[in-house]
Design a protein around this ligand. Structure first.
Ligand code: GTP
Ligand code: MG
Length: 461
């Protein structure tokens, strides 16, 4: 395993280390320059800051310049997945996806301009929709913020009634990542006095400024604003009445018109990109399901192989248990299903890596404990002690196999294939799968099913 030390960490670490040396060997090392050490620490801090800044930028500055080649890339990815589906399971009916993709490839023109109004409950979506209808915008969809936002629209109006909450901001970032032009609209401003309205608007502008231009943050009233008036008469009496200011959405309509007028080509590109992305996602779900269905019988086969080996040769150490549970051929078979195609030697290296991971994470030991305590405390008393080891090893194979399917599935989404197991990623996946299989009745069900299979399966080796 190789570790790469980041430049900043290296300088910072070296600086601090040298400072420590200087401190501890103060009287001996007189030659160390007084200046070099603080400079190294400063360089380290500077690089660290730069790195944090870059990470932040990477996270928040989402590209708004979508190109035709981005769209073509998604279309060709989707096509590739669809071809794999046809090859791997010709019985799948995916004509719908194929047709949608064909339409996209024929370069469809922008249909009528459509708007999506998104916001939390009660923010005024329906009221605004009615007003926009009066402005001749007919194609308008309304969507609650908590449902998945996959709207087939050109522009999104994001409604809020005060400054943004964390969940609203997260949603806006997601919309932006899908290249929706977003207008953030502060509705019900009549509920605040004039001064507060401006403060809230500016706060929202500031909150979204990393991805949305302040001009695209506006405030409106979607229902008549009620203004209370009181008149004092000379005779001491008073007269009160309520005046209604009509709804005001002019600033918003102005912004919509600008977006509609200026960015036709970009709107068209973004909409097609979203459609292509949706097709790709749907194809991916089908492809994953096909592969998973093929992977499960393979994992089950190797569970039984491992259980049988161990039942005949009882386990003497955890390492042996790990070795028995991770069959190189299982890794190769699963890698083939997910088109990662490990060679035998790559499979062997992967088996060793995974073996180390499950021992180091304590998963091997925990599995034995979980199984043996379940057998002891349970009604499955007919299982002989030696078979408990067999079931433990089958359980470990089960966890490793499931983790590999998830790992290969995720690797398939990467641009570059790698035939070496990524230790951090695999550790996260196996931890997750292990925890999941410990929940509810799943472990008990597994033990029952596996034990009945072991009893009926003749010795395979
Ligand atoms: N004071 C004030 N009230 C408003 C304004 N806009 C809408 N409302 C009121 O807010 C309430 C909810 O408005 P809707 O338009 O139904 O809001 P919605 O987002 O569609 O609500 P749901 O669909 O239930 O999530 C209604 O009572 C509206 O009259 C506004 O600008 N000012
Ligand atoms: Mg509504």
């Amino acid at each position: 395993m190789t570790f790469k030390i980041k430049k900043s960490t290296f300088f910072l670490g070296l600086g601090i280390f040298l400072l420590w040396i200087e401190e501890s060997l103060y009287h001996n090392i007189v030659t160390l320059s007084e200046w070099i050490l603080p400079i190294m620490v400063l360089v380290g801090i500077f690089l660290l800051k730069e790195q944090i800044k870059n990470q932040k930028q990477k996270k928040y500055s989402i590209s708004s310049s979508l190109t035709l080649s981005d769209l073509n890339q998604v279309i060709s990815d989707a096509k590739e997945i669809i071809n794999c589906i046809v090859e791997e399971d010709p019985s799948q009916n995916i004509s719908n996806l194929k047709i949608q993709l064909q339409i996209l490839e024929n370069n469809p023109h922008l249909s009528s301009f459509s708007i999506g109004i998104v916001g939390k409950n009660n923010t005024g979506k329906t009221s605004l929709k009615k007003l926009l209808n009066q402005e001749k915008y007919a194609d308008i969809l309304e969507k609650d913020i908590f449902t998945s936002i996959n709207l087939d629209v050109d522009v999104i109006i994001f409604l809020v009634n005060k400054d943004l909450t964390h969940s609203e901001w997260e949603k806006i970032k997601l919309l932006h990542q899908s290249y929706y032009p977003c207008l953030i609209v502060f509705n019900k401003q009549d509920q605040y006095n004039n001064e507060d309205r401006q403060v809230i608007l500016e706060k929202i502008q500031q909150q979204v400024q990393s991805i949305i231009h302040p001009n695209n943050v506006t405030r409106i009233n979607s229902v008549p604003e009620k203004i209370k008036n009181r008149q004092y008469n000379f005779d001491g009496s008073t007269r009160e009445w309520i005046e209604e200011d009509p709804p005001n959405i002019m600033s918003l309509v102005h912004r919509i018109k600008i977006i509609e007028g200026q960015n036709k080509q970009q709107l068209f590109l973004a909409k097609n990109w979203r459609t292509a992305t949706k097709i790709r996602q749907q194809a991916k779900i089908i492809s994953n399901q096909i592969r998973y269905n093929k992977a499960i019988p393979i994992i089950t086969k190797y569970e039984l192989v491992a259980a049988t080996i161990v039942s005949v040769n009882p386990i003497s150490s955890l390492d042996f248990l790990a070795t028995a549970a991770i069959n190189t051929q299982m890794i190769i078979d699963l890698s083939n299903i997910y088109k990662q195609e490990f060679t035998f030697s790559q499979g062997k290296v992967a088996a060793i890596t995974i073996g180390k991971i499950i021992v180091q994470l304590g998963i091997a030991e925990l599995s034995i404990h979980a199984i043996s305590s379940l057998l002891k405390s349970n009604m499955i008393t007919y299982i002989l002690g030696s078979l408990s080891q067999g079931i433990s090893v089958a359980y470990l194979t089960h966890i490793v196999g499931l983790s590999l399917t998830e790992y290969f599935q995720e690797q398939g989404d990467m641009v570059v294939n790698c035939s070496k197991i990524d230790v951090t990623k695999f550790s996260q996946i196996i931890n997750k799968i292990f925890t999941r299989t410990q929940q509810g009745e799943s472990l008990q069900i597994f033990v029952k099913q596996t034990s009945s299979k072991i009893f009926t399966v003749p010795t395979m080796i």
